[in-house]
Design a protein around this ligand. Structure first.
Ligand code: CA
Ligand code: CA
Length: 212
């Protein structure tokens, strides 16, 4: 009898535990994020710490501009919309992969454009406030946890803040100069596959940019 009782108690604990686990899944795997960039493209977003880089609507691919707007549909575990979720709690960050860049954002520099609407939708179109570069995927993070419905979006980043200290100053110039004439991604600021004379005005106009 004692054994039966303890078995029932154990089963009850397991069921409760499973229920709690299901409730605690965050973000829900119903929540999704997509990019407007054409499938197969690998857009590059030019950022400055002061927010005067490119909007996501004007990311670069080799040979032109693409709209890389990110759209998040924030749904709960019942796949129902989470409305009016705070923009400040939804942000972008680079996926943690070794050797893929030194991307760093200012505080609040990669948050969503607005709170979620009644359908649970928000977007990223405004320029980010960030520096450094990244060739890894861009993660959509909800209150500290990356979306689990995908492993990040294809969006690379670069900046006149080449060393990723969130200041564009004379420290960045030698890095740009060293990359001149090469295909170094970090310094290909007007992205077209080569660091050349057309990247110089972009570098120059970034000088002095700092986080707000
Ligand atoms: Ca710098
Ligand atoms: Ca270039």
């Amino acid at each position: 009898m004692a054994q039966l009782k303890s078995g029932v108690v154990l089963a009850a604990i397991l069921v409760t535990g499973l229920a709690l686990n299901a409730e605690a899944q965050w973000p829900s795997d119903c929540a999704t994020a997509t990019t407007a960039a054409p499938a197969g493209s690998s857009p590059v977003l030019y950022n400055l710490p002061d927010g005067h880089g490119s909007p996501l609507t004007q990311a670069r691919v080799n040979g032109g501009i693409v709209d890389a707007t990110i759209t998040l549909t924030l749904l709960d575990n019942g796949c129902l919309p989470i409305a009016n979720f705070a923009a400040a709690d939804m942000w972008l960050q680079k996926s943690v992969a070794a050797g893929t860049g030194n991307f760093e954002s200012c505080i609040g520099g990669t948050i969503a454009d607005a709170n979620t609407d009644d359908a649970g939708i928000t977007r990223w179109t405004n320029p980010l406030r960030a520096g450094g570069w990244s060739t890894s995927r861009t993660l959509v993070v909800i209150a500290g946890s990356p979306l689990i419905s995908n492993d990040g979006l294809v969006l690379r980043h670069n900046s006149a803040d080449i060393n990723g200290d969130r200041v564009v100053d004379l420290m960045d110039i030698p890095l740009f100069a060293a990359d001149f004439g090469t295909t170094a991604f970090r310094s290909d600021l007007k992205f077209d596959g080569v660091v050349n004379i057309s990247d110089i005005p972009v570098m120059a106009s970034g000088i002095g940019a700092v986080c707000p």
